[in-house]
Design a protein around this ligand. Structure first.
Ligand code: NAP
Length: 321
């Protein structure tokens, strides 16, 4: 505790899954909210929020959650944000900041903005941080540390409200960038949405292969496949909504991807080793760049610790003929 007043008096969290519960945990530790009130759609999740002690108060409705709150963060699938905005609009305190964490921004702004009163500040946000796990147990306070949080305030948003929310995210450990919703959606289509689509495709294709048995796919997965399976295990509801909400940008990037994969297909068919080598050298440099700016670990195997693997000693040395 710093002894200073918290940044916001009352933080309302609507939706407490991986992202919402990470915000709750980090907010507590970082003294950014005087009190936290939380709600979720299902009684089971509301019960779990209380059991985990993630909020000072757990309420049953979205309207009750936002009453008296000066910051409201909606952390639910993007397809449901419009309906929640419609519900909370009439109950927001004057001057409250309303934000979200959705992975798509254009559709969220389109769906939420019309329902929010003029005396509320709407500052959409996307913390670019996550795991393949869901629910209130999956969150942790350090999730946002050294990750980017992108704010996409619509034109005319109060600059002080945007800056205050940026301060909130910085206190949770994030680096903050501001951009337009459309630009966000284009950037994330290539850096996040297309990689997820590719992972979902490869894992599905491998699972359907007739001549390779399922057990062989699993047995030899360390050859690269298993890294796709982690991404392909991401929440189906969330990702269904992402592709529906960011349709245009994803189709644009998919078009480019298809052209590039055709070029590599041609290189393989023509035995064009030079082309393949040149391409792979270029992509290896991109990986190095990501490590250099601290967005991934330089350790082999993505820095995975392997505490869950049984210790497997080497076999006895070869005894000779
Ligand atoms: P999550 O762990 O599955 O939690 C989702 C929360 O939303 C739960 O509290 C759930 O309530 C609630 N919810 C689901 N459908 C709803 C609906 N139709 N109406 C109202 N509430 C609903 O999801 P998450 O990973 O935290 O993702 C939440 C948001 O963060 C999504 O918009 C996603 O795009 C964004 N995001 C996710 C990641 C990531 O890697 N996961 C990263 C950045 C941003 P119940 O538990 O009661 O069903």
């Amino acid at each position: 505790m710093t002894g200073k007043a918290p940044l916001y008096n009352r933080l309302a969290l609507i939706g407490v899954g991986l992202i919402g519960s990470s915000i709750a945990r980090a907010s507590r530790l970082q003294n950014v909210a005087g009190s936290i009130v939380a709600t979720a759609r299902s009684p089971a999740t509301r019960r779990r929020i209380a059991e985990l002690g993630l909020a000072d108060q757990v309420v049953e409705t979205n309207a009750a959650a936002v009453a008296g709150a000066d910051l409201v963060i909606v952390s639910i699938p993007v397809g449901a944000c419009g309906e929640v905005a419609r519900e909370i609009g009439p109950y927001l305190a004057p001057g409250a900041t309303v934000s979200d964490v959705g992975s798509v921004k254009g559709a969220v702004v389109r769906d939420m903005a019309p329902h929010l009163p003029a005396n509320a500040h709407f500052v959409p946000a996307h913390p670019v941080a996550g795991t393949e796990f869901s629910g209130p147990d999956a969150g942790f306070a350090e999730l946002f540390v050294n990750r980017w949080c992108i704010l996409t305030p619509p034109d005319g948003t109060d600059a002080a409200a945007t800056e205050k929310l940026a301060t909130f995210w910085r206190a949770l450990g994030a680096n903050v960038e501001t951009m337009t919703p459309d630009h966000h959606d284009l950037v994330l289509a290539i850096t996040s949405h297309l990689p997820h689509l590719i992972a979902y495709t490869i894992v599905g294709t491998a699972a359907e292969l007739g001549e390779v048995t399922r057990s062989e796919v699993l047995q030899f997965s360390a050859g690269g496949f298993r890294d796709f399976t982690r991404i392909a295990a991401s929440d189906p509801t969330m990702w269904r909504d992402v592709f529906l909400a960011n349709k245009d940008a994803v189709l644009e990037m998919l078009g480019r991807f298809n052209e590039d994969i055709s070029a590599l297909t041609r290189a393989i068919r023509n035995g064009d080793g030079e082309k393949l080598f040149e391409h792979f050298t270029h992509t290896r440099a991109i990986r190095k760049g990501i490590v250099q700016i601290g967005q991934d670990s330089p350790a082999p195997d993505f820095g995975r610790p392997h505490p869950d693997l049984p210790h497997t000693p080497l076999p006895k040395p070869y005894a000779g003929e």
